[in-house]
Design a protein around this ligand. Structure first.
Ligand code: GLU
Length: 403
């Protein structure tokens, strides 16, 4: 989503909070914008790290490798990270990085070189007490391992907490691999409870880390996945698809569309499938003013960042669809990243049960805080989530004497 669109939404809700010029300026201006050009085998790849806000703690947020990454998008994603860490109530700020690259066209050794060069370009601004990256779209635990290694090579010191989402053997945390999806499932369960929604049918758009793990976790909880899609298209079976078979199909053939026991649909059609829960887990701007009125789901769980445009949001709100916004619904990822960072900083490693218990506690507390405010006014759930996050950031700014 463009940064201008994100800021339009901020300006729209600012009168509800009586935000002054200084406050709006802080919320709309990244503290640091870092840019570089990374050279691999004679090809140049633009790279970015946007450090948006550090009032509540060191910058935190993933690094995205995607051909459509540009500075504008990284700014939007960095802004959302600042809000997300506030919603999850973890003592971190917000930042985001990206490289404009299609990693599917690079060899493993080229991806390694690119990742090490990213760290070499920005290392002075990174570190466990400065800015802590993590995975995002098309970046993996292996990439985090190379980045940690490169950072330690340059600085000469062990620094496991300089990056999260690492492999377990290199200081990663249990549960981090499924954390984004698991956090989303926890808030979905709370929301269904509040709405007394019993129907457990789901459509999932996007079948990467978040979408695939959400499918697995929901199946374990008795949900029926009626549709899934990836960048090549989607599949639909109103009786439900066999998720293990879909995962195997995707592994073997590269896409869910080759799964046989379902009807082929487009990504666009998936959004309007009859089901109780819609889980956009791909890229931004999937639900727009052109398709929002076709949505039949009662709840939308935004595992992707920015999947719903502001105009679509208004349509969904008027149709009584509850949108659990990205900065809440996918905050499980950064929350377990925070747990990973705490474990790295204390050298005390937690078991799976403890991490899941603490994640659930964080997600449920965040959801209920927003629900309480939401029950007292007519604004949509996203607006209420933003109000809570912004208040936390501005309180920290005020206490620091910056406002
Ligand atoms: N990239 C993820 C996000 O958008 C995770 C960030 C993190 O773990 O720091 O929330």
């Amino acid at each position: 989503m463009t940064f201008a669109a994100v800021m339009t939404f901020l300006k729209k809700i600012s009168p509800l909070m009586n935000l002054g010029d200084k406050e709006l300026e802080i919320l709309s201006t990244p503290e640091n914008v870092l840019q570089a050009e990374l050279d691999v085998n004679g090809k140049k790849y633009p790279a970015y790290r946007v450090q948006f806000n550090s009032a509540r703690g060191p910058y935190k947020g993933g690094i995205r490798y995607h051909p459509e990454v540009d500075l504008d998008e990284v700014k939007s994603l960095a802004f959302w990270m600042a809000l997300k860490t506030a919603v999850a109530d973890i003592p971190l700020g917000g930042g985001k990085g990206g490289i404009t690259v299609n990693p599917k066209e690079l060899s493993v050794s080229e991806i390694e070189e690119l990742s090490r060069k990213f760290v070499r370009a920005f290392y002075e601004h990174l570190g466990p007490r400065k800015d802590i990256p993590a995975p995002d779209v098309y970046t993996t635990p292996q990439i985090m391992a190379w980045m940690r290694d490169e950072f330690e090579k340059i600085t000469g010191e062990s620094a496991p907490g300089m990056i999260t989402g690492k492999p377990l053997e290199l200081g990663g945390s249990l549960v981090r691999d499924i954390a984004t999806a698991l956090g989303g499932v926890y808030v979905l369960e709370e929301a269904m409870d509040k709405l007394s929604l019993k129907e457990k049918t789901v459509a999932i758009q996007g079948f990467g880390n978040a979408g695939m793990n959400a499918a697995k976790l929901l199946i374990e909880r008795g949900f029926t996945i009626v549709a899934v899609s990836d960048s090549k298209g989607g599949i639909y079976n109103k009786e439900g698809v066999d998720i293990d078979a879909v995962i195997n199909t995707k592994k073997e053939s590269g896409s869910v569309i080759h799964y046989s026991n379902a009807e082929k649909i487009t990504n666009e059609q998936l959004l309007s499938i009859g089901c109780a829960v819609l889980v956009p887990s791909a890229l931004s701007d999937a639900i727009t003013k052109d398709n929002a009125s076709n949505v039949k789901a009662k709840i939308i769980v935004e595992l992707a960042n920015g999947p719903t445009t502001t105009e679509a949001d208004e349509i969904l709100h008027s149709k009584n669809v509850l949108v659990l916004p990205d900065i809440l619904a996918n905050a499980g990822g950064v929350t377990v990243s925070y747990f990973e960072w705490v474990q790295n900083n204390t050298n005390d490693y937690w078991d799976e049960e403890l991490i899941k218990t603490r994640l659930k506690e964080k997600m449920v507390t965040a959801f209920n805080g927003i629900w309480q405010l939401y029950s007292q006014n007519d604004h949509d759930f996203r607006t209420n989530t933003y109000m809570i996050a912004i208040t936390k950031i501005l309180t920290a700014e005020r206490l620091r004497g910056r406002i």
